[in-house]
Design a protein around this ligand. Sequence first.
Ligand code: FA5
Length: 346
Amino acid sequence: MQERLLELQEEALQKVTAASELKELNEVRVAYLGKKGPITEVLRGMGKLSAEERPKIGALANEVREAIATEIEQKQKALETAAVNAKLATETIDVTLPGRPVNKGNLHPLTRVVEEIEDLFIGMGYTVAEGPEVESDYYNFEALNLPKSHPARDMQDSFYITEEILMRTHTSPVQARTMKKHKGQGPVKIICPGKVYRRDNDDATHSHQFQQIEGLVIDENISMSDLKGTLDVFAKKVFGQDREIRLRPSFFPFTEPSVEVDISCKICGGKGCSVCKQTGWIEVLGAGIVHPNVLEMAGFDSKKYSGFAFGMGVERIAMLKYGVDDIRHFYTNDVRFLKQFNHHEA
Ligand code: FA5
């Protein structure tokens, strides 16, 4: 019996040494140390032994079991460590690799200009108003003193959807809509940013779709000097103290008197270039004193109230501010162009 036990020990230890996987090792454990294993079998036959031999064989059997168990345990640890090392070897991270750059977007230059102008006027007590881009002929023209056959309608070639509905050609309809809401009660002090559409041929300074910001102030005793002062603050804040502004007499059916406001060209410094069409000036906005007909049509008493209004082209302002020589750059979305506006103050 003693021999049989030592034989079993030898056999088991060889198998432990040979095992190359945890699964195999477990099979050895079950085979030799399990309840149905050969050692248990030997112990069952101990009843046939003499009283002297029994404890000896019992002790030996325990030693054999322990030897096998210890060996299995050590092998198990070795196999586990080897498995972890193998995993680490295949999953190594090279911490010296440079990181992937995170591409951060930035606001479109036109959005930035609109926000800057909004902030400026909000700071002067204006509120922001908005209106629809698909507009009725009534608000786009008639309520602004432009009846159906008025020749001045040709000043803004329009995209008509039906006889009565068109893509708005300017942001001035928002003036008319806002005045109506006020039901003849002043004061009104708003700016209205938004997209507008015209059948203009695209070139360096014209686009068939562009943005405007409208301004409207109605109160008692509003005069041309209030308009001039406001435009001066606007020009100095947006373009800097060194920019000059020029007011030219002009005509708009909804204002009387009317002016067109030019700002000295930053690209050529006023000498003349393709952007300013060799004049040294770029037209950025139209303005004037609200026509009494417009006030009356919107329900305001033109004897009590007066007001001024202006409408500026956002792209023209952005071109002047950032020195952009072609309006089409704003709409072709070349990332190299857009990335240049990454900083808060360009
Ligand atoms: C108007 O649209 C008037 N509604 C402005 C106004 C409002 C006058 C209130 C009086 C009182 P005008 O057509 O001039 O006016 O356009 C205003 C500005 O829009 C121009 O000064 C110019 O900066 C810009 N603009 C006009 N046409 C284009 C175009 N095709 N592409 C880009 N900008 C344009």
